[in-house]
Write a protein that binds this ligand. Structure first.
Ligand SMILES: Cc1cc2nc3c(=O)[nH]c(=O)nc-3n(C[C@H](O)[C@H](O)[C@H](O)COP(=O)(O)OP(=O)(O)OC[C@H]3O[C@@H](n4cnc5c(N)ncnc54)[C@H](O)[C@@H]3O)c2cc1C
Length: 373
């Protein structure tokens, strides 16, 4: 019997799964329909949180990511442009596995670091290779894959891992449900170079009635602006310091979650299993945690526990990001008062620590193999 795992998708989830399986001595093949990783300047996620740092430390990947990115030291919470609260991220929280900081780095950089780490271990992504469908028996799966020239080939493996993103073919073919809702609110983002404003290590959330303007540092003079509305380059207060636009995009938010992460001989990780608002920066990190957990379960022969382990975590993160996003979009009196006076509550140590743990991704149970080590 073929003992290997066939991974569909070389985004952060699939690359983490390949990294963790390889570290544990489990054979895998990883394919992706794209020609290579997405262009660096179009990176969606920027935050590599403390939980992800802990998960990829054993493979040595965390050190490389932290060295390439830079730490966020402070979150500034503002009301109508005036600073209400500074939440310091470093030193307040640290665990045996986490430095207690967020590393800001483009998702594309993380992918490239994982790809070169895997290549050093003898595992290469097979690009231009698309999963068309799959079938399974009691002991194996057989996938039909198509290359860029349209040539079909089949591949047999012990298990199939769907790390193929929000429109997952593994999810559709595998008969998983993906229920949820879509929000019509239009969001915009812009990555811009700035001058005359120090933006290097501070994340800013500027809240107003019905509106939110976030600023995330990417490099010493490059920031990402995010706004829950149109016309970001005129509406966002930091845009006036801009000298050059590197990337602009707009998106709407959906909340969807599978009922199970595992059916028969297939498993789902990352956006294939859950999609939600980018508020809180959890999407990529949740996928990294799914993938690391699946590798551990496959290694210990407990893969049947995968759904039970990951569903409650995804449910918690989805409902939290839904609540936070609705709060930002709302112009109701209650939400306006919460945005105006809520930051003051962060002076209370328990509330402050709860927020820090959520931002760092440490508000869900510590994965068992980290607790044991
Ligand atoms: C604007 C925006 C900002 C975000 N900011 C953050 C943030 O700050 N922090 C955070 O944690 N998350 C953030 N996210 C979410 C994050 O980008 C995603 O959660 C993350 O990319 C999911 O990784 P993944 O590997 O599961 O899926 P993906 O990155 O979507 O990768 C899936 C891969 O599968 C491949 N594929 C698809 N179908 C097939 C097929 N049939 N055969 C072969 N290959 C296939 C695709 O080519 C792709 O490479 C943000 C998202 C958006 C839209």
């Amino acid at each position: 019997m073929n003992q290997s795992i066939l991974i569909i998708g070389a985004g952060p989830s699939g690359l983490t799964l390949a990294t963790e399986l390889t570290r544990r001595g489990i054979g895998c093949t990883i394919v992706d329909k794209a020609a290579g990783p997405a262009p660096l300047h179009e990176s969606r996620a920027l935050a590599f949180n403390a939980r992800s740092q802990a998960l990829l430390r054993a493979s040595g990947v965390t050190g490389k990511i932290v060295a390439k990115g830079h730490a966020v030291n402070n979150i500034h919470l503002c009301w109508r442009g005036s600073l209400r609260q500074v939440v310091s991220m470093d030193h307040d929280i640290s665990t045996p596995h986490s430095s207690g900081t967020i590393t800001i780095i483009r998702q594309g950089e993380i992918e490239r670091i994982l790809i070169s780490h895997l290549e050093a271990q003898g595992v290469s992504v097979q690009w231009n290779t698309e999963l068309i469908n799959f079938s399974e028996t009691d002991t194996s799966i057989t996938a039909s894959l198509r290359n860029a020239a349209g040539v079909m080939q089949t591949q047999t493996a012990r298990y199939l891992a769907g790390c193929d993103g929000a429109h997952s073919q593994v999810r559709k073919q595998g008969g998983y449900t993906f229920d949820g809702e879509s929000d019509s609110q239009r969001w915009t983002l812009a990555d811009i170079a700035v001058s005359g404003k120090d933006v290097a290590h501070t994340l800013i959330a500027d809240l107003r009635p019905g509106q939110a303007f976030a600023t995330m540092p990417i490099e010493s003079n490059i920031v990402r602006l995010i706004h829950n509305g149109p016309d970001i380059l005129t509406a966002h207060p930091i845009a006036r310091y801009g000298t050059e636009v590197h990337w602009q995009s707009e998106f709407t938010v959906s909340y969807r979650l599978v009922k199970r992460y595992h059916r028969g001989r297939s498993f789902l990780c990352g956006d294939a299993a859950h999609i939600h608002s980018p508020v809180g920066g959890r999407g990529m990190n949740l996928g990294i945690e799914d993938a690391a957990s699946l590798a551990w379960l496959l290694d210990t022969g407990c893969e049947n526990q995968y759904s039970g382990l990951r569903l409650p975590v995804a449910q918690k993160v989805l409902s939290m990001t839904h609540r936070q996003t609705s709060q930002m979009n709302s112009a109701s009196v209650g939400s306006t008062l919460a945005k105006k006076y809520g930051p003051a509550l962060l002076s209370i140590p328990y509330i402050r620590r709860t927020m820090q743990r959520a931002v760092l991704g440490l508000d869900t149970p510590t994965p068992a193999w980290l607790s044991d080590s």
